[in-house]
Design a protein around this ligand. Structure first.
Ligand SMILES: [Zn+2]
Length: 197
């Protein structure tokens, strides 16, 4: 798998800094260390059909992960993530324990939160995993926006299956898109994006 390096600012990342890791670390064209959370990614790749992973430290997702075990169904976009977004119990970043916890929380769905930490989304390619990364964060923001201390008026638990059916018919392709446009969107896979830890 290809992974981003550890401890470098996003703005400084280039393709030359991306390395490979599966049977050991093979740095890119420059000698960097892999993301400290490569074990999480490897566990996901080994146990699911994911082809790309995005890991973020979204402040909203991190805040919500401190107070719930599952993201409440307050936004229908959760249907795009498999219906439930569970929170993996806290374990130190880079630990084997965290890799196990993330795998358990993710299951066969497309996202999970990491307790007191952030979020992980997966996809068939990097573009899909990246797009999905906004959905748990958006739901987390919705909840964090409830600063009145009041409970949400309703849960969408019962509506998520219907939303998933609607999403199956939703969207369209750009009739003017060229073959090269679609290639560039899906040409990168097996990557994990991680901020410095
Ligand atoms: Zn992290």
């Amino acid at each position: 798998m290809a992974v981003t390096p550890s401890g470098l600012d996003y703005k400084s990342l280039t393709p030359a800094l991306v390395g490979g890791a599966r049977t050991g670390w093979h740095p890119g064209r420059r000698p960097t260390r892999p993301t400290s959370e490569a074990a999480d990614a490897l566990g996901i790749y080994n146990s699911t059909s994911a082809r790309a992973i995005v890991h973020t430290h979204s402040s909203a997702a991190a805040a919500l992960s401190c107070v719930v075990d599952e993201v409440p169904a307050v936004h229908y976009y959760l249907a795009l993530l498999g219906g439930r977004v569970l929170v993996a119990p806290y374990a130190p970043f880079g630990s084997a324990e965290l890799a196990v916890n993330v795998n358990d929380a993710l299951g066969d769905r497309a996202a999970c939160l990491l307790g007191n930490h952030g979020a992980v989304t997966v996809g068939d390619d990097l573009a899909q995993a990246y797009q999905r990364a906004g959905h748990p964060t958006g739901s987390a923001r919705s909840l964090c926006g409830l600063s009145t201390g009041r409970q949400p008026k309703c849960s969408l638990d019962e509506q998520l299956a219907t939303a998933a059916e609607s999403f199956a018919r939703y969207g369209q392709t750009d009739p003017g898109a060229t073959a090269s446009d679609s290639t560039s969107a899906s040409g990168t896979s097996s990557s994990v994006s991680s901020p410095p830890t």
